[in-house]
Design a protein around this ligand. Structure first.
Ligand SMILES: *Cc1c(COP(=O)(O)O)cnc(C)c1O
Length: 401
């Protein structure tokens, strides 16, 4: 076999994206404006949510939702160690304490029963993560929180409007995935998607949060509050201020600077139009891996079942009886054959910053079992069936040696 070069996750950019960007550049308006408002509307239509707010990252979306509900020092937010640092870092940023709970046995996703055990009167939110694009067990998570009697909201804040801790989904991987027949976007209270360069749908950097709102806190009010929080607390955005005679504004709070530009949104508009087609390609390639790698030694990732539809963001393969060292060697050998792979994820509690805070992987045995023998194979819409054959054949050959 001659050696080929297979990247891990290059963006899928066509003339459609290029032309949208040119259109934005020529329009005379390049920061947050009409393209971003249209992108938000199109995402709401796609996810069936009342509203969408686009920001410059999924991290910004997660952080602003915690801030919107005034989650702060003294509060606890429950999440999983099996995720990217972003999920936990935002909890630290607002001053709250991350309370990690294990994933379900033989699953990459958070265990609802472990959430139940970790609830305390300080619990203000739960952040489940749809690893690789596979939705979490949202109904079980909701049931656990609905039955939780020890909730002590801060009555002076928006928390007073809630009757249980918030569910803020880290759906960075799962745009377009489905749970019980519905697209993600309205299953959790707030759903945060990432449009980072390696994600299924990209704007280079970017993110969106979708929501339906509450009876006593409408989606329009939430939208306006998030706009203020994301742009220095201004009562008007730059586009409204630019309108003739629209110079006057007020600062309502010390907000942040997290808005999405119209240049980024223009990439997103074109990506969203192509999204179902890109998702179909991902599904076909994922299925092809499943067929090629259907051996006893391999533990394949979940495909689709009666309750859940994957968004096929990653192909996280696990290898029976492998430890970290075997796995790391396999990554090296595949790299020698020109194949880039990855590990999703190094559990957050194994990083030095979190170890210094006193967290340890020894309390998360299911998480470690998933991590130690996991290798993520390339999966993206520009990959071909030939590439899948090359990757699978090399993997099997190296594994047999
Ligand atoms: C990529 C990613 C994020 C962060 O997304 P950004 O848009 O880069 O902020 C958060 N969580 C997970 C699980 C991710 O993979």
């Amino acid at each position: 076999m001659s050696i080929r070069k297979i990247d891990f996750s290059p963006p899928d950019i066509t003339n459609a994206e290029i032309n949208e960007v040119i259109d934005a550049l020529k329009s005379g308006w390049i920061t947050t404006g009409p393209k971003t408002k249209l992108f938000e509307k199109n995402i709401s239509d796609y996810c069936n949510s009342s509203k969408t707010v686009c920001l410059n990252s999924a991290t910004a979306c997660l952080e602003l939702i915690l801030r919107l509900f005034d989650i702060k020092k003294g509060d606890e937010v429950i999440t999983t160690p099996y995720t990217f640092a972003s999920t936990a870092n935002v909890i630290i940023h607002v001053g709250a304490k991350p309370v990690f709970v294990d994933v379900k046995k033989e699953s990459f996703n958070i265990d609802p029963q472990a959430i139940k055990k970790a609830l305390s009167k300080k619990t203000k939110a739960v952040i489940p993560v749809d690893i690789a694009g596979w939705p979490c067990d949202y109904d079980e998570i909701k049931e656990v929180l609905d039955n939780f009697k020890f909730y002590h909201p801060d009555r002076k804040t928006k928390q007073a409007l809630l009757d249980r801790p918030l569910i803020v989904a880290d759906s960075a991987h799962s745009f377009g995935a489905e749970y019980k027949g519905k697209k993600l976007g309205t299953i959790a209270d707030f759903t945060c998607f990432s449009f980072h360069a390696v994600k299924n749908l990209t704007t280079a950097e970017g993110g969106a949060v979708t929501f339906n709102g509450y009876k006593n806190y409408s989606s329009d009010e939430i939208y306006n509050d998030l706009m203020k929080l994301s742009l220095h607390g201004q009562s008007k955005d730059a586009y409204a201020k630019m309108k003739t005679g629209g110079w006057k504004y007020d600062i309502k709070c010390a907000g942040f600077k997290y808005n999405m530009t119209d240049i980024a949104s223009s990439v997103g508009l074109a990506q969203l139009r192509r999204y179902d087609q890109m998702l179909n390609i991902r599904e076909r390639l994922f299925n092809c891996y499943n067929e090629k790698l259907n051996f006893d030694n391999f533990i394949l990732p979940p495909f689709n079942d009666k309750n859940k539809k994957n968004s096929f963001h990653l192909y996280p393969l696990r290898i029976k009886n492998f430890n970290e060292e075997n796995r790391n060697k396999l990554i090296e050998k595949l790299a020698n054959a020109g194949i880039s792979t990855n590990v999703h994820f190094i559990p957050v509690v194994m990083h030095s910053f979190y170890k210094k805070l006193g967290y340890s992987i020894k309390y998360f045995p299911n998480c470690y079992e998933m991590y130690k023998n996991e290798i993520t194979l390339p999966l993206y819409s520009k990959l071909t069936l030939n590439d899948i054959n090359y990757i699978s054949d090399n993997l099997i050959k190296i594994f047999k040696k």
